[in-house]
Design a protein around this ligand. Structure first.
Ligand code: NAP
Length: 250
C-alpha cells in the first residue's frame, strides 16, 4: 500500500496560520495521509525556505508541498511558491499551475474554488448558463473561481472595491459568491429572490464569533440556498486539499 505525504511550510507564529496548519494535520490523519511540518522562525531567509522546498521536491516520499500564507513581508511569496515542483503544487498557487488552470487543464485545482464548485454540483445547482457574480478578485479565490466557473459554462461577473453599483450586479445574479472579508457585507436587499449564496468570508463579529460575509439570518429566507460559516466553504476547501493529495498518487 502507498501512503501519500503532504509537507507544509510555515513561517512565524501567526495564530490563524497555526490553526489552519493544525486543521490540515488533522485532515491528513483522518484521510490516512502522512503529514510533515517544517516550521521556520519569522526571520528565516528567503534562500533557506527555497532550499528546503528544493529538497522536498527531490524527496520521492513527499507528494504535495504547500506554503502556509501569509508570509512575513521580507519574504518574496511568489518566488517561494514558484520553487515548488509543478507536480507537487497541491494548492495550485505557482505561476505555471495558474497558467495550466487558465487553459483548463490543471493537475490540481485551487482548493477554495474547487470546493465551491463541488458543493454546487453536490446539491445539483446548475452552473452552466447561470449568471454568477463573484465579489472579490483575490488571486486565491475570486480570479481562479472566475476561470473555473467560465470553464463550467457560467456567465461570470467579477466585482471588487471599484465596481460601480455593486447591487445592480448582485441583484441580477443566479449565484452570488462573496469573498470580501467583512461581516454582514452581503445583505438581503442585494440578491434576487431564490438566488444561491456562497459565503467565502471568514471573519470575527463583535462577539468574536466566527462569521462569514453574508447577513445569514436575513438572507436565508430569500435565497434558495446559502452556505453557513462555519461549516460551509471552509470545510469544502479542506476537503479539496485532501482530494488533491489523493490525486497525487494516481
Ligand atoms: P482579499 O485579498 O482579502 O480581498 C478582498 C476582496 O474584496 C478584494 O478583491 C476587494 O477589492 C474586495 N472588496 C473589498 N471591499 C469591497 C467593497 N466595498 N465592494 C466590493 N468589493 C470589495 O480576498 P480573499 O483572500 O479572497 O479573502 C476574502 C475573505 O475570504 C476573507 O474573509 C478570507 O478570510 C476568506 N477566505 C476564506 C477561505 C475559505 O476557505 N473559506 C479561503 C480564502 C479566503 P479590491 O481588489 O478592489 O481591493
Amino acid at each position: 500500500m502507498y501512503t501519500p505525504k503532504l509537507a507544509v511550510i510555515m513561517v512565524g507564529d501567526n495564530p490563524a496560520s497555526q490553526a489552519y496548519v493544525n486543521g490540515k494535520k488533522r485532515d491528513c490523519e483522518d484521510c490516512g495521509i502522512e503529514f510533515k511540518l517544517i516550521h521556520f522562525d519569522k526571520n528565516v531567509k528567503q534562500i533557506t525556505v527555497e532550499k528546503t522546498i528544493r529538497e522536498l521536491n527531490e524527496d520521492d516520499s513527499v507528494n504535495g508541498i504547500l506554503v502556509q500564507l501569509p508570509l512575513p513581508k521580507h519574504l518574496n511569496k511568489q518566488a517561494i511558491i514558484n520553487t515548488i515542483d509543478f507536480d507537487k503544487d497541491v494548492d495550485c498557487f505557482k505561476e505555471l499551475s495558474l497558467g495550466y488552470l487558465f487553459l483548463n487543464r490543471p493537475i490540481f485545482k485551487p482548493c477554495t474554488p474547487s470546493g465551491i464548485i463541488e458543493l454546487l454540483k453536490f446539491y445539483n445547482i446548475p452552473i452552466a448558463g447561470q449568471n454568477c457574480v463573484i465579489i472579490g478578485r483575490s488571486d486565491i479565490v475570486g480570479k481562479p473561481l472566475a476561470l473555473m466557473l467560465i470553464n463550467e459554462g457560467a456567465t461570470v461577473t467579477v466585482c471588487h472595491s471599484q465596481t460601480k453599483d455593486l447591487k445592480y450586479h448582485t441583484t441580477h445574479a443566479d449565484i452570488v459568491i462573496c469573498a470580501v472579508g467583512q461581516p454582514k457585507f452581503l445583505t438581503a436587499d442585494m440578491i434576487k429572490e431564490g438566488a444561491v449564496v456562497i459565503d467565502v468570508g471568514i471573519n470575527r463579529d463583535e462577539q468574536d464569533k466566527l462569521c462569514g460575509d453574508a447577513d445569514f439570518e436575513n438572507l436565508k429566507n430569500k435565497a434558495s440556498a446559502i452556505t453557513p460559516v462555519p461549516g460551509g466553504v471552509g470545510l469544502m476547501t479542506r476537503a479539496a486539499l485532501m482530494q488533491n493529495m489523493l490525486n497525487t498518487t494516481w
